[in-house]
Design a protein around this ligand. Structure first.
Ligand SMILES: [Zn+2]
Ligand SMILES: [Zn+2]
Length: 403
């Protein structure tokens, strides 16, 4: 390409329209037009590719379509060296980040001011994107565990479960309830014990690396493995109890009911509203991290020892995923800690949940507080509203007097 040729001369009408649809977030128009296009690898006059545009708009569907059609993740003539992942990180859409990472984009690429995509996301406060990128490991790096090595007769993880295993490992929500529910929904319950061993091995291998060692990931694997060990303990207790209750009946009980027992154990609050079991378990988990001589271990130990220490779950989450600069709007699911849940308790509207299942699992605790929260919400905003009206009335009265 010669310097004299403006890049925008390469854009034909269809390409220009495609970018317009993206700019207007008109996904259906984009889709229709895209169906007749052969080559999706073009750039606009700023050197930004179509994929970069879709990523910047956080348009998950468009990004997926473009990747399916062979969009080049490395096509970039943008002077500032932003990859599509930098743009996705700025958009705040974690799904788009995830699609690009799965497509093989390099998370460590630097833009012209030496910032990675995760650093750009942190800069604009898109914490979930930071976590998605920093927690990412490639599926191919996990294939090792689905293969037979040395004395083994079978792999630790069946190859058919590689995708589920990958989804489990890269999950950013570290709440014990979410871990338990993910194990169930990803179909990993039947390999619980080998999954736990694999995570311990992954932690060990990470800490033995001579370069690119990632302490945070190592600690995360240790943590996930620890929660699985607790889940296994719960399953054993559950089985033993059902055997005692009468041999044949044990078969009738749903064998996954121990997940529910575990979830309730986690969510059980003491009189002060604290999660005793979580606190105890997570402190134990941190103490048992196999490597002492590392920053993350020391950092956690210091925080546990501090006066008025926050809950262990907060300390470990921050240690793995980094501190969040401010409290995010949108709140968290009261059951599994997921961000920005859609549902609220229909009675008190004071607590939020991902879905009916999360609400159902929390009800045994929430039923004690629901009425009180409802009463609070009925008295507080009304008195405030009344206060506001009173001031307005007063002002009106005063203005009448002045007139
Ligand atoms: Zn939830
Ligand atoms: Zn309620």
């Amino acid at each position: 390409m010669t310097e004299e040729t403006p890049k925008n001369q390469q854009l034909d009408d269809v390409q220009r329209q495609l970018l317009e649809h993206l700019a207007k977030s008109d996904t259906s128009g984009f889709k229709q037009l895209l169906a007749g296009v052969n080559n999706v690898n073009f750039v606009d006059d700023s050197g930004m590719s179509c994929l970069a545009h879709a990523s910047f708009k956080g348009n998950r569907e468009a990004v997926q379509l473009l990747l399916d059609m062979g969009a080049d993740i490395n096509l970039n003539q943008h002077g500032a060296d932003y990859t599509p992942l930098h743009f996705a990180a700025l958009s705040g859409n974690t799904h788009v980040c995830r699609l690009l990472l799965d497509a093989g984009i390099k998370p460590g690429s630097l833009n012209s001011v030496n910032r990675t995509a995760a650093q750009m996301a942190a800069f604009v406060g898109n914490h979930a994107c930071v976590e998605t990128i920093n927690n990412y490991v490639t599926q191919s790096s996990l294939e090792y565990y689905t293969q037979v090595h040395g004395q083994q007769t079978e792999p630790q993880i069946p190859p058919s479960l590689l995708k589920s295993f990958h989804a489990f490992v890269t999950e950013i929500n570290l709440h014990p309830v979410r871990i338990a529910l993910n194990v169930q929904s990803l179909g990993l319950l039947r390999i619980l014990s080998s999954l736990r061993k694999t995570l311990a091995l992954m932690c060990e291998k990470e800490m033995q690396k001579s370069h690119d060692l990632n302490e945070l990931l190592a600690f995360k694997f240790h943590y996930q493995g620890w929660i699985l060990a607790e889940l296994i303990r719960c399953e054993e207790q559950f089985k033993a109890q059902h055997k005692e209750k009468g041999g044949e009946e044990a078969g009738d009980a749903n064998k996954n009911d121990f997940i529910e027992v575990f979830v309730k154990r986690v969510l059980k609050e003491n009189k002060l509203g604290q999660l005793d079991y979580v606190e105890y378990t997570l402190r134990e988990c941190a103490r048992e991290f196999p490597v002492r001589e590392c920053t993350i271990f020391r950092q956690i130990a210091t925080q546990f020892g501090a006066k008025d220490a926050p809950p262990a779950l907060t300390i470990l989450r921050n240690a793995i995923n980094g501190m969040r600069g401010f409290v995010d709007e949108g709140g968290y699911c009261s059951t599994c800690g997921a961000e920005k849940p859609d549902k609220k308790c229909s009675k008190c509207k004071a607590v939020q949940y991902c879905d009916r299942e999360c609400q159902r699992l929390h009800w045994f605790m929430h039923k004690k507080n629901c009425a009180r929260l409802l009463a609070q919400s009925q008295t507080q905003p009304q008195s405030q509203a009344k206060g506001a009206i009173d001031t307005a009335e007063l002002r009106e009265e005063l203005s009448k007097l002045a007139a």
